[in-house]
Design a protein around this ligand. Sequence first.
Ligand SMILES: Cc1ncc(COP(=O)(O)O)c(C=O)c1O
Length: 343
Amino acid sequence: MTRIDNWTRPNIRSLVPYSSAKDEYSGADALFLDANENPFGTYNRYPDPQQRKLKAVLVKQTNISPKQVFIGNGSDEVIDLLLRIFCEPGMDKIATFSPTYGMYDVSANIHNVGIVKVPLDANFDIVNTDISPILSDDKIKILFLCSPNNPTGNDLNSEKMMELIESFNGIVCVDEAYIEFSEQDSMAKWIEKHDNLVVARTMSKARGLAGARVGYAFTNEKIIELLNKVKPPYNISALNQNEAIRILENKDRFEQQRNTILNERSRLIEQLGTLSSVEQIYPTASNFILIKVKDADNLYAALLERNIIVRNRSKQIPNTLRISVGTPQENQQLLKAIKEIEL
Ligand SMILES: Cc1ncc(COP(=O)(O)O)c(C=O)c1O
């Protein structure tokens, strides 16, 4: 048994997954009388359960093989499936560096899995954190590293992430939802070398496809096999697979949108810095900016009154708001509103 087998819940190890005829046959020109579908219509057929075309497009510009790709119904599904595979409810735990993305906790709570939270250091990084509670607890089965981190916006230190991948005796899921906005390299190049590494990505952010729910993971074939075993058979609709392919093939549009967002991010940072209610702007490598203000609840409510919705993160970090970078016009509207509120 490999160590991945050892970490897998016994019931998942022995699970016989659902198998459809579409898993066994991938051609398009056969007589399909297998799935009780209506023979008429456009989207009358179940989608490809293995999303073969989408995976081929997704890995075109990488050294990653389609066999090292899993597509999820958003990367939230990847997070959920990892918990289902590796964490025994009522017994096992996950670990996170807090504050971070809220769904790790929610997924763990759904599965009755414990959570060990280690605080990020003063720079919201993991350089000066005490990782011993993570390394010494053999009930922790998954460690989530979110880089760039939500809601703080910054990259985590890559050497320290690597140290954790090498020393942690369990799955390390590096959540790179915002990596396209960062200058830091993806960890995906290490999936061959480190059998415990799962890199979670999404089309919801830089790719502009949050409405379609398409996330993915790069990892080794062994973990891909487990993810495929546990996922719902047709987890990505045919409409969403087609739309994801269309979006991925339009590289110019992606580059153009990303550049606009990055330029707007710089402009917002500069302009927010001139406002008297803004006390601190935290460094960001993502498409959002965390700011510390004098009275976050007040500013949040005043913006809401003007139909501008930002995210109040004060429960995690006192007096902070998280602002997504919008279109130039939307950002202008936000700045104008804060100036008015300040008067
Ligand atoms: C860090 C992080 N991971 C994952 C997700 C979820 O992404 P998806 O839309 O692919 O489920 C989000 C969404 O906000 C996020 O911030």
